[in-house]
Design a protein around this ligand. Structure first.
Ligand code: FES
Length: 215
């Protein structure tokens, strides 16, 4: 007697079991997917590799903190005590105090922070300073190079900010006005405030940020 019907029956019940198992697995997968979706409804979208964090390219906002943009302390908060009277300046980024996002996705946000004797500052400059501490855009107004040097001026005895691309010089005591070189205008200034020893931004840039012509 042939075993075929038995085999067919057995194969059929195996198939049914397999289908049921498959259906159950699909149901569980759908359920888990729905749960995962529900659980993530309140989540913000993750920042994918290569994407900038939201807000990281926005200009400095009132209340932003300042962090070192280079050196051993890169990313750390800048305190008034970190600055040396008379310079050199430190380079900084603004940081959103709520999200801790550092606004470093735009190079136009890099800042020079310097501490000077308040008695040396003109009235307008003094009004934007806190305890003689000043913030300026680190981007040269000529062709947009970074302003990197703090050196004795070519036209006086004082130390000044200098852009080494075409030698423009800016005096931070007088609102970073141009004292030498081809830059057509002063560096943009950023008003500062001080709370619990930490520096923060007191308002938006005063003046235009960036170079007037391509390098
Ligand atoms: S870009 Fe700074 S002097 Fe030309």
């Amino acid at each position: 007697m042939s075993n075929a019907p038995t085999n067919i029956a057995s194969s059929s019940s195996d198939n049914i079991a397999e289908l049921e198992s498959c259906a159950e697995q699909t149901r569980r997968t759908l359920l888990l997917g729905a749960l995962a979706t529900t659980a993530c409804l309140g989540c913000s979208a993750p920042v994918r590799a290569g994407e900038d964090a939201p807000g990281s390219d926005e200009r400095p906002q009132k209340g932003d903190l300042l962090v070192f943009s280079e050196g051993d302390s890169e990313g750390k908060l800048i305190k008034a005590a970190d600055l040396t009277l008379g310079g050199p300046p430190v380079h900084a980024w603004p940081q959103d105090p709520k999200t801790s996002v550092v606004r470093s996705a735009s190079r136009l946000n890099e800042l020079l922070i310097i501490k000077l004797d308040p008695a040396e500052l003109d009235e307008q400059t003094k009004a934007r300073a806190v305890d003689g501490i000043l913030a300026y855009s680190a981007i040269c107004a000529h062709a947009g190079c970074p302003v990197t040097a703090w050196v004795k001026s070519d036209v006086g005895d004082k130390d000044v900010f200098k852009c080494m691309c075409h030698n423009s010089e800016y005096d931070p005591r007088e609102g970073a006005q141009v004292v030498y070189g081809p830059a057509p205008r002063r560096l943009a200034a950023l008003p500062l405030a001080l709370a619990d020893g930490s520096l923060s931004v007191a308002g938006g840039f005063v003046g235009k940020v960036g170079g007037a012509q391509p390098g």
